[in-house]
Design a protein around this ligand. Structure first.
Ligand SMILES: Nc1ncnc2c1ncn2[C@@H]1O[C@H](COP(=O)(O)OP(=O)(O)OP(=O)(O)O)[C@@H](O)[C@H]1O
Ligand SMILES: [Mg+2]
Length: 326
């Protein structure tokens, strides 16, 4: 059996080396969740979504805020954005001028009729605040019942004069079309690698962390454009290990090392079926004993296969283009 056929023991060595005695318990004061500590307080702090932020900023500045529907995957800044808008509009009156409801509240038809109606129908008194309309934020609106959504249609129309509504959700398809058409829609896409990297670098500087480039890249890769996830991984790695390295990040999250996934792909593509299966099973056995989860491997492997297929297709089309040019 050649080198490539041997089970990749360096991973196991890494596991024990990093895990052995190097983990440290950080002082409780450092465990304040960074997702809250670094939640953008102003629109300028929101990373990415420049077009959306510019538009909302302009409309807020001109006091012409429409009803809003912010949607997109988790951790992309939807809630942070509307809270920053509210701070800009109301300043110190912030708490009096907004009603924030989320999925943990009762979202039945009674809440829509009573709580929102009570808030929206009272006179707004906003001394010194820019905005003279109130703001109802319905976070996680896709969890609202259909009846509640239908009831909201009327309420939005009835109180448009002195209230703006901002619906926030992950799945826009779960919002009834009648509500969608009453709002200006903004889609918050997953953050780009550059945006997540930039924001993490800022936090690493602020916190004085010792992070390697590959460690940072690993966090960005694992976050998949979810800034909340990126911050949580950064903080938990920092709490568990003195240095934020690639190994520490993968160990802390329990995610398979890319090197192991590539090794599995190599065996599958280059060795006979029986040899490949026996090597893969030995490797998985060792890794699962080290608390890695088998399902994570299948997910990572599926994503690698998709990447390989994509690259092969790309190569194919490049070849076709080159052939067409000559
Ligand atoms: N665009 C962003 N710029 C800076 N920080 C961000 C951004 N998006 C998310 N974050 C960070 O992630 C945390 C969660 O963001 P937020 O609550 O705004 O996400 P969300 O889009 O509302 O997610 P969900 O759909 O899960 O409610 C924030 O406290 C902030 O630290
Ligand atoms: Mg949110």
């Amino acid at each position: 059996m050649g080198d490539a056929m041997e089970v990749d023991t360096p991973t196991v060595a890494r596991l024990t080396a990093v895990a052995k005695g190097k983990a440290k318990i950080t002082a409780p004061s450092k465990s304040v969740p960074w997702v809250e500590k670094y939640r953008p307080t102003s629109l300028a702090d929101v990373a990415a979504h420049k077009d959306i932020i510019d538009t909302i900023d302009r409309l807020t500045g001109e006091n012409r805020l429409p009803h809003l529907l912010l949607y997109g995957p988790p951790g992309t800044g939807k809630t942070s954005t509307i809270l920053a808008v509210a701070r800009k509009l109301y300043g110190s009156q912030f708490q009096n001028m907004i009603l924030e409801l989320n999925a943990s509240d009762d979202r039945g038809i009674d809440v829509v009729r009573q709580q929102i109606q009570d808030f929206a129908s009272t006179q707004s008194i906003s001394f010194g605040a820019k905005g003279n309309v109130k703001l109802v934020i319905l976070d996680e609106a896709d969890a609202m019942t259909k009846d509640a959504q239908f009831a909201l249609r009327r309420i939005i129309e009835k109180y448009t004069k002195n209230t703006r509504f901002c619906l926030i959700c992950n799945y826009v398809s779960k919002i009834i079309p009648a509500l969608q058409s009453r709002c200006t829609r903004f889609r918050f896409a997953p953050l780009s690698v550059e945006n997540v990297t930039g924001r993490l670098q800022y936090i690493i500087r602020e916190e004085g962390l010792d992070a390697t480039e590959s460690g940072l890249a690993a966090i960005v890769r694992l976050s998949n454009g979810d800034m909340r996830k990126a911050l949580n991984v950064l903080q938990s790695t920092h709490m568990a290990y003195p240095h934020i390295t690639e190994e520490a990040v993968y160990l802390c999250t329990g995610s398979p090392f890319p090197k192991d996934i590539e090794q599995i792909a190599y065996w599958l593509l280059n060795e006979s079926f029986h040899k490949a299966v026996s090597c893969i099973l030995s490797l998985l056995q060792i890794l699962c004993d080290c608390h890695f989860v088998f399902n994570d491997f299948t997910l990572c492997f599926a994503s690698l296969v998709i990447q390989i297929t994509f690259l092969m297709n790309l190569k194919g089309s490049a070849k076709i283009e080159m052939e067409a040019e000559t």
